[in-house]
Design a protein around this ligand. Structure first.
Ligand code: DGJ
Length: 733
């Protein structure tokens, strides 16, 4: 038996204190959170095998059984030796030998109150080749992050063909996989399937704008389909703003192996001696209480540990994209800035179309790459706009797309060698543009310079919307040598992170939106650098109900930008209620709103500001799924269970379709809550009988509230406040 003394509270305060002991058999490595654990075993043959994965075992004494057990799957399966299914790693040594056999060398574990970190070293006995497995377990949030480092000491480069971030094995009755697929303006459509013998692969090969057709996350129901409140489910995602691949392989014994990592397709990586290949993070949570609890755990983790300024506030904004597209000038923008002030939002966001002189950006065919204001449109430059914003008391944000170039641009004319393109073929353009070669340090300098130059000239810029509208096309780097071309997909993303690291170092508090032609980039590595992402260009609220529902499995509301636009033709209230479930913004012609609509919008912004702590930092409960019918409802509750907001939507129910109560969640059964409808159009009488009534939490969660109706495209927002709690004047006594 080995005794592990955990170091508690040591990292946060720099003090070290021994605070708990655990007795673990010598050959076991226990990795886990307060609720989930993965136990690995090093056997007599010095292989490392997975001994257990699931809910945390209650009794330490039981570990002895696992210690004595034999067989089982290897923790990180190699190619070319004894395994016949998909490996985690496959390499070609410089001498042409395609095999790898990894044996266990050592483990190091550290733990404080919040996090347990494990580092396991595996090595090949015939080649100087090492694989290090890392596990970071967030104890309270029940999230585990896994990654791998690969390094060798061979004389010549080794080619990595497969290099997974993680491998996990399951031996369960059945596996139900939910993926999230889509397209531009049609993101994250959820579809579940039962896995049977063979492989199911979810992957992307688009390079940049990588999630255009598929998102880097999934739900895996174990022993049954994934349910919201019950059952075992693993929710996983890869933190990588590029090509990813999840392989789910069910073998002849109905065991499942899950392999997550960078998509190795077209990406054999030439690794020189001594260079460490660090894979991206595979991030997962394992819930025994369905997807609802899994999402709440992920949201808590993401806010606390991953998203840029995850615990901070978010700004409401007015964006001009759908209001003007490329057609604006200084006077028009100044009017919109004044509209932003009138709405009461925090910021005006200037979108695409403000730059380019030789090739002005008056449509998407020209100008990308030339980041100087178009003199004809904005003779007084960005400075006049930041001044106008300052005068109106709003902040100023700016759209950029610095990784891209239009062939019709001065940048392209000057620096064709900075553009990813094939030397001997006609160029294939996507949205009339091409991708800059971020594997090249000179290009990294240029891209950083776009941000840095703008902020140096205009320090009043308070926010960037960073767009990326093209996948990598014409895959060939003029910078990488002929022997390293297949490193490009990986080196592109690493180059992007190098730029973003520099931005973060110099402008650590600058909020930024990660946008990619809508939701083409939605991953948790990108979100280290961005405070939020643009969920979709589709802002029709009916579509958004589904899109925001899909993203909510992984991301908290504060990361999911949602704007009120004119895309749908529904009432302003319906559109606003949907957008208020996320990080609220507007992208409408305020001058076209009627006076009551303006009044409504102003009041909605004020409500949102008041409710932000609950919506942005509270717990999410998905109450009624839009996938199950014409109604849907979502609820946010604060951590103290004193304050909650419920959003309920009616789409197009059929005549006489049954209307059910919405049963709330996350309240205290014994407490008494007052419910009030908010976000009503000015002057509209409440037709809701329960307005202002009091109920116990028990009643609200068991019987529920009649929030739905048969009226098409209508919505109701209800604030739920525990009695005795004063919410800025909304005292429920
Ligand atoms: C795509 C984005 O998703 C839109 O919001 C807008 O910024 C356009 N690009 C601008 O070209």
């Amino acid at each position: 038996m080995k005794k592990l003394w955990w170091l508690c509270c040591a990292w946060m305060w720099g003090t070290e204190a021994l605070c708990a002991a655990e007795t673990v058999p010598e050959n076991l490595i226990r990795i886990g959170t307060e609720r989930t654990e993965l136990i690995l075993r090093s056997d007599d043959d010095r292989r490392l095998r997975q001994a257990y994965f699931g809910p945390r075992l209650a009794n330490e004494s039981d570990l002895a059984y696992l210690s004595k057990a034999r067989g089982g799957a290897e923790a990180y399966v190699t190619h070319g030796m004894e395994d016949y299914f998909e490996p985690a790693i496959r390499v070609l040594h410089a001498d042409g030998n395609p095999s790898l056999l990894l044996t266990y060398k050592e483990v190091a574990q550290e733990r404080n109150d919040l996090v347990q970190t494990t580092r396991i070293v595996l090595q090949d006995e015939r080649y100087p080749f090492e694989v290090r497995l890392f596990y970071k377990a967030y104890l309270r949030e029940n999230v585990i992050v896994m990654w791998t480092e690969i390094e060798h000491g061979e004389k010549k480069p080794v080619t990595l063909y497969n290099y997974a971030s993680s491998m996990l094995h399951f031996g369960r009755e059945g596996y139900w996989l939910t993926g999230f697929s889509g397209d531009w303006a049609h993101e994250v459509n959820m579809a579940e399937q039962k896995l049977t013998f063979g492989k199911k692969v979810i992957d992307t090969k688009l390079g940049a704008r990588a999630n255009l057709h598929v998102s880097p996350f999934f739900l895996l129901g174990l022993d049954g389909a994934a349910c919201e409140k019950t059952g075992d489910v693993l929710v996983g995602t890869l933190g990588w703003t590029g090509n990813f691949r999840f392989t789910f392989e069910v073998d002849n014994a109905n065991d499942l192996r899950l392999i997550a990592g960078i998509n190795p397709s077209g990406s054999e990586y030439r690794l020189p001696r001594g260079e460490v290949f660090r894979t991206p993070d595979f991030i997962f949570t394992y819930s025994t209480e369905g997807t609802g609890a899994a999402s709440r755990d992920l949201h808590n983790w993401a806010r606390k540990y991953r998203i840029k300024d995850g615990m901070g506030d978010r700004m409401t904004l007015l964006n001009n994209w759908e209001a003007t597209y490329f057609d604006f000038d200084q006077a028009k923008l100044e009017r919109i800035i004044a509209d932003a002030a009138e709405l009461g939002v925090d910021m005006f966001l200037l979108d695409d179309g403000w730059f380019g002189n030789k090739y002005p950006r008056s449509n998407d065919r020209a100008g990308l790459g030339d980041w100087q204001e178009t003199r004809a449109k904005l003779p007084e430059g960005i400075g006049a706009l930041t001044a106008a914003a300052q005068k109106e008391g709003v902040k100023f944000g700016l759209w950029i797309e610095p990784e891209m170039v239009n062939p019709k641009s001065e940048l392209y004319e000057k620096h064709k060698d900075w553009v990813i393109h094939l030397p001997n073929r006609e160029e294939y353009l996507y949205r009339n543009q091409m991708v800059l070669d971020l594997s090249n340090p000179a290009v990294q300098d240029f891209v950083f310079g776009v941000v840095d130059g703008l902020l140096t000239r205009y320090p009043e810029i308070a926010y960037f919307k960073w767009d990326c509208n093209s996948p990598i096309t014409n895959i060939y780097s003029p910078y990488l040598g002929a022997d390293k071309q297949s490193n490009l997909y990986v080196d592109y993303v690493r180059g992007l992170y190098r730029v973003l690291d520099r931005v973060a170092a110099k402008y650590p508090t600058l909020p930024m939106m990660l946008c990619s032609g809508g939701g083409g980039r939605t991953d948790y590595e990108g979100l280290r650098y961005f405070t939020e992402f643009w969920a979709s260009d589709n802002t029709d609220p009916v579509e958004r109900i589904f899109i925001q529902w899909g993203y909510s499995y992984l991301f908290p509301a504060k990361a999911t930008a949602a704007h009120v636009t004119s895309w749908g033709k529904q009432s302003l209230k319906f559109r606003t209620d949907v957008a208020m479930m996320g990080k609220l913004g507007f992208d409408i012609r305020v001058d076209e709103l009627s006076e009551p609509e303006r009044e409504f919008a102003r009041a909605a912004v004020a409500n949102y500001n008041r409710l932000k702590p609950v919506i942005l930092n509270g717990d999410l409960y998905r109450l009624v799924s839009p996938y199950s019918g014409e109604h849907s409802a979502v609820m946010y509750a604060d951590k103290g269970r004193e304050h909650a907001i419920v959003f309920a939507f009616n789409r197009n129910s059929r005549f006489s379709a049954p209307i059910r109560n919405v049963r709330l969640d996350g309240l205290e059964p014994q407490r008494i809550y007052t419910v009030r409808e908010i976000n009503r159009m000015p002057g509209a009488r409440s037709d809701w009988g329960d307005d202002g009534q009091r109920f116990s939490g028990d009643y609200l969660m068991k019987v529920g509230l009649p929030l739905f109706s048969g009226a098409h495209l209508t919505s109701r927002v209800v604030e739920v406040v525990a009695t005795g709690i004063d919410r800025n004047g909304l005292c429920s006594e």
